[in-house]
Design a protein around this ligand. Structure first.
Ligand SMILES: [Zn+2]
Length: 445
């Protein structure tokens, strides 16, 4: 049996915080507590030190959160992150499609998957819903690399049989064969899960969408991931291609692609009937604020999503997004909501990136909370990195006279807004340290 006792300031959630409630009862903060892990699983959380037989890791003065869950991110797009000057449709043509062609090569796919998953861990993300490319080898490489690291990864080869360059198109029969093979090989193996991965309505024929719906019907427990209503030109194009559909989202509904394991990125240009359809089918939106700002796509309306009652998780959408850091993404989410006239608390944001995502994916029994029975997917963070954040944290904790100490929300909000991957001290997956900050290089004498 392997054991580990971690000591630190534990922060997680027991429910859904209101978007604007800084005093939310759904927040659980347990400063200077011990988290006991046995064989990868949390077995207890307590204020008292455990017995002498427990190997200890003393992280006093550091913050411990469940590992972040990034519900929409593209593995091959590390090649094109931070590319200048386009909006969605020309960004795909100019940057993304050429980069994705490289992943037809199994060696490129393998190295790319390893680089990508290690980068997620180095940013404090321990689980993800991932787009590979149209090539089966790109999804196989992700499943293989995730298995080695013990990470919960949801992915599947991308479906696209039109409106894409020759090296990036499949066909209905070949795609079905590849998907069936991946389901048989990977779905439910360890922590891997297969997602029927429709790039978006534009790049699949109605026949391919019908095939995708058939996969979901035949195989219980599969996920579905795609994009929806990201950009107005895209929405218009989908209307032209599917004139019989009531809306862009309805295209997916008509092909049997919406259920409680469907993750749809963006969802900016939806109406209330779409939001009700998401709620009624149990599908949810992955909110990608840094991508939406970077590509100028629009401002996601989280308040309306809450009013209608469909789920929302948080995602980087790298390479449309500009960082794999969920903390930077949350800082952008706050700004997007501010432009919408909504104030998003740190609680609402951090919940959507941890327990909220786990619940939306039907994985709350496994991850997303610091709770006995869950796998120990968690990250240790510094409260501050650099002099500005250190000063700001000192103000929040009442160490700068004569300013009084601030509320817990004020401290955590400043942390969420100022922190990024430089604050990460260690990332654990199922109790194993999979990433640790390198020790500083000693100065020469
Ligand atoms: Zn995307």
């Amino acid at each position: 049996m392997t054991r580990l006792a971690l000591r630190g300031d534990l922060l997680d959630f027991t429910g859904l915080p209101d978007l604007g409630d800084v005093d939310s009862p759904a927040v659980r903060f347990r400063p200077d507590h011990w988290l006991l892990v046995e064989d990868g699983r949390i077995v207890a959380v307590q204020a008292e030190a455990p017995g002498e037989d427990w190997p200890r890791e003393d992280r006093r003065g550091q913050l411990i959160l469940p590992g972040f869950v990034d519900t929409h991110v593209h593995c091959p797009q590390l090649d094109v992150i931070a590319s200048f000057g386009t909006t969605l449709l020309d960004w795909l043509q100019t940057y993304t499609f050429p980069a994705e062609q490289r992943f037809a090569d199994p060696a490129v796919a393998r190295v790319g998957a390893e680089l990508f998953l290690d980068a997620l861990l180095a940013h404090g993300t321990t689980s993800a819903v991932v787009f590979p490319t149209v090539h089966a080898v790109s999804a196989d490489a992700l499943f293989e690399a995730a298995s080695v690291r013990g990470m919960r990864i949801i992915t599947g080869k991308v479906l696209m049989d039109r409106h894409a360059p020759a090296g990036l198109r499949d066909d209905v029969a070949g795609a079905q064969r590849d998907c069936e093979a991946q389901i048989a090989r990977w779905h439910g193996q360890g922590r891997n899960a297969f997602a029927v991965t429709v790039r978006f309505a534009v790049t699949s024929t109605p026949e391919q969408l019908a095939m995708a719906g058939g996969l979901l019907q035949r195989h219980e427990g599969l996920y579905m991931q795609t994009h929806v209503a990201e950009n107005l030109d895209e929405v218009r194009w989908v209307q032209e291609l599917f004139p019989q559909a009531r809306s862009y989202l309805d295209v997916y509904h008509q092909h049997g692609l919406l259920n409680e394991r469907s993750v749809l990125a963006h969802g900016i240009w939806l109406d209330d009937a779409d939001r009700a359809l998401l709620r009624d089918t149990g599908a949810h939106i992955a909110f990608c604020p840094s991508s939406n700002l970077f590509l100028g796509s629009g401002l996601f309306n989280w308040a309306e999503a809450r009013a209608v009652g469909h789920g929302v998780s948080m995602a980087t959408d790298v390479g449309g997004g500009t960082s794999l850091s969920m903390l930077r993404t949350l800082a952008e989410a706050y700004k997007v909501q501010a432009l919408r006239g909504t104030r998003m608390t740190a609680w609402a944001g951090l919940h959507a990136a941890t327990l909220g995502a786990a619940q939306a994916l039907g994985l709350a029994h496994e991850l997303g909370a610091l709770e006995p029975g869950r796998l120990a997917d968690l990250c240790v963070w510094d409260w501050a990195s650099g002099p500005v954040a250190a000063h700001r944290d000192a103000v929040a904790t009442g160490q700068v006279a004569p300013l009084p100490a601030q509320s817990l929300h004020a401290r955590v909000f400043a942390w969420m807004t100022l922190a990024d991957e430089r604050n990460l001290s260690a990332a654990y997956v199922a109790g194993q340290a999979r990433w640790q900050r390198p020790a500083p290089i000693p100065a020469k004498v």
